[in-house]
Design a protein around this ligand. Structure first.
Ligand SMILES: Cc1cc2nc3c(=O)[nH]c(=O)nc-3n(C[C@H](O)[C@H](O)[C@H](O)COP(=O)(O)OP(=O)(O)OC[C@H]3O[C@@H](n4cnc5c(N)ncnc54)[C@H](O)[C@@H]3O)c2cc1C
Length: 387
């Protein structure tokens, strides 16, 4: 189909990537976001090769490589500083044809926003619902404005306002029973080797660092916690020092090095897989369709995959918009549901839902051959739309 007018709700990774793909297809695209200023919710993100391949296809490969960190290996270490497993990731790059890129989220957002064109992103526009008839779909905004197009895409994240209209009921986030702290620090060999992704694990908690562009490490911590706890930014360093007391020297140095005011503290959740990702001329995309816990590092990559698959069906079929959206749903529903459920299972193992299973996992890490890790990662990557 040609000359479509597309209304996208949400200027996150999913909305912006979709905007870029659809603009390249010759469609007229406007994006609306409720935020007054676009600020990503976390500090860093690891874009695995399946996400990178899509961005390559959209012509962003060189720009992404320029902001990406060079991550060549991953290592699990115990909280008593024993190496549990070390995997050289380069055979993975050979197998799948593209390295992954850990990046700072602000760098990624700036890259995507500039590629799409900031003047077509309208801020301060909270969407409150959608309507449609046989010819158009309309987004309705809090201020009473209405924007119509051939289709509306709800790329408005885990607490999506578009989702209830598509699935017919409210879907709430499910708390995953742990808190994630994340931020950026200057790269320092005393913290971690510059091309290594290190994960310290123990006591159902973890602390991790990986390289991103600009000679920095993206770090994150995770620990089980009851829902609803809040800690002021000024006290986050003290909180981490207490939770990770006695952990190895690099973890202590990381806690000393981080800027507590710039350290995000997030309660992590996901949503149950949905029966429908589309209704007529309205499609859900990214976290609004399949928010997942970040234990596989695939949420953002799946949003990026959604963007190119949805665009492909709109551009390669001509029965109609609703038909193309159905094909998008059929292509994406099982893949994304499968990853949500796998990440959920991994979350339970990492964060000690069943403490014996977590202890067993620590023991298994020592036995797992690197090829098995590479093959598992390759399987997820190669099942993406770019192969
Ligand atoms: C701690 C953490 C670590 C992660 N690590 C990784 C990783 O390593 N690799 C990976 O691939 N993924 C990772 N993810 C997942 C990834 O961040 C998400 O899957 C991704 O950001 C989803 O993008 P999105 O565009 O769908 O949604 P979002 O990024 O949530 O964007 C939604 C946008 O919609 C706007 N919006 C919301 N409601 C409305 C409304 N009513 N009206 C208008 N606008 C609205 C918001 O302001 C926002 O800009 C991680 C997630 C977390 C929490």
């Amino acid at each position: 189909m040609y000359n479509l007018k597309v209304v996208i709700i949400g200027a996150g990774i999913g909305g912006l990537t979709t905007g870029i793909a659809m603009r390249q297809a010759g469609y007229q695209v406007e994006i609306y976001d409720r935020a007054q200023e676009l600020r990503p919710a976390g500090a860093g993100i690891s874009l695995w090769s399946n996400g990178v391949k899509v961005l390559n296809r959209l012509g962003l490969g060189e720009k992404l490589a320029a902001i990406g960190g060079e991550m060549n290996a991953m290592e699990y270490r115990s909280h008593s500083d024993e190496s549990l497993s070390y995997v050289d990731l380069r055979p993975l790059f050979e197998q799948v044809g593209q390295r992954p890129y850990p990046v700072a989220r602000t760098d990624l957002q700036t890259m995507l926003l500039n590629a799409f064109g900031p003047k077509h992103v309208h801020l301060g526009m909270p969407c409150v619902g959608v309507e449609q008839d046989d010819h158009t779909a309309t987004a309705i905004f809090e201020n009473g404005d209405r924007m119509s197009g051939d289709l509306v895409i709800g790329a408005d994240g885990i607490h999506s306002a578009v989702r209830a209209d598509v699935v017919g009921h409210c879907v709430n986030r499910r708390y995953a029973r742990y808190v994630n702290w994340n931020g950026l620090v200057k790269a320092d060999p005393e913290l971690c080797e510059k091309d290594l992704w290190v994960l310290y694990v123990g006591d159902s908690k973890r602390a991790s660092m990986m390289p991103v562009g600009g000679d920095r490490f993206y770090f994150f911590f995770g620990a089980p916690m009851a829902e609803g706890t809040q800690v002021d930014p000024a006290h986050r360093q003290d909180e981490l020092a207490k939770i990770f007391q006695g952990w190895p020297a690099p973890v202590q140095k990381l806690i000393e090095a981080l800027d507590p005011e710039q350290t995000n503290r997030l309660e992590i959740g996901d949503i149950d897989p949905l029966d429908h990702l589309v209704k007529g001329r309205v499609a859900l995309l990214g976290d609004s369709a399949h928010a997942t816990t970040p234990t596989l590092g695939q949420g953002g990559c799946q949003a990026i995959e959604d963007a190119v698959v949805l665009t492909r069906y709109l551009t390669t079929t001509n029965i109609g918009v609703a038909d193309a959206l159905k094909r998008y749903e059929a292509a994406r529903k099982d893949r994304t549901a499968d990853l949500v459920m796998k990440a959920r299972k991994r979350t339970s193992t990492i964060y000690g839902y069943v403490p014996e299973a977590t202890e067993q996992w620590y023991a298994d890490l020592k036995q797992e051959p690197p090829e098995a890790v590479i093959n598992a990662l390759a399987k997820v990557i190669l099942a993406g739309p770019m192969g």
